[in-house]
Design a protein around this ligand. Structure first.
Ligand code: ZN
Length: 150
């Protein structure tokens, strides 16, 4: 398991931001493929991080989120990116690619939705609208009433 896949999506992205914001103050080898780092956080003192890329869950950080747990937090991710900047580049390229795919997917779904609605016969359109209104939140039903009945 790679270090990045051991971190949550949130920690990966925040860790990337910490890395690009130069919050990793320094790094040094710590033997057996491990690295020590100091990472600035929300506290006054920087957090002490040990990154174990081979065994991600053995990585440690002194922040409240990760201390004493086997959590790969944003500070560990940031330190990892500082030691392996090419992994940060790969990560960011992947994020851009996923955003592009998501955008294409949304456009495709929207186009299908428009085609579907345009193809509805009057009575079917009425049924779909009633179904939607039935499951709509109160504020939306009230707005619909204000816009169309008052
Ligand atoms: Zn941490």
């Amino acid at each position: 398991m790679s270090l990045l896949s051991a971190a949550s999506g949130q920690s990966r992205w925040r860790g990337y931001q910490y890395f690009t914001e130069n919050k990793v103050l320094r790094t040094e080898p710590a033997g057996e493929g491990c690295f020590r780092a100091l990472v600035a956080g929300s506290g006054e003192e920087p957090y002490a991080v040990t990154v174990d890329p081979e065994h991600p869950r053995r990585s440690v950080c002194t922040c409240p989120h990760a201390a004493g747990k086997r959590v790969v937090c944003k500070h560990i991710v940031a330190a990892y990116f500082a030691v392996f900047p090419e992994e940060a580049e790969k990560f960011y390229a992947e994020v851009l690619r996923e955003e592009e795919e998501w955008e294409e997917y949304r456009e495709e779904m929207n186009a299908r939705l428009v085609r579907f609605v345009r193809s509805l016969k009057r009575r079917d359109a009425q049924d779909v609208l009633l179904e939607l209104l039935d499951s709509a939140p109160d504020w939306l039903r009230e707005q619909f009433i204000r816009d169309h009945l008052e």
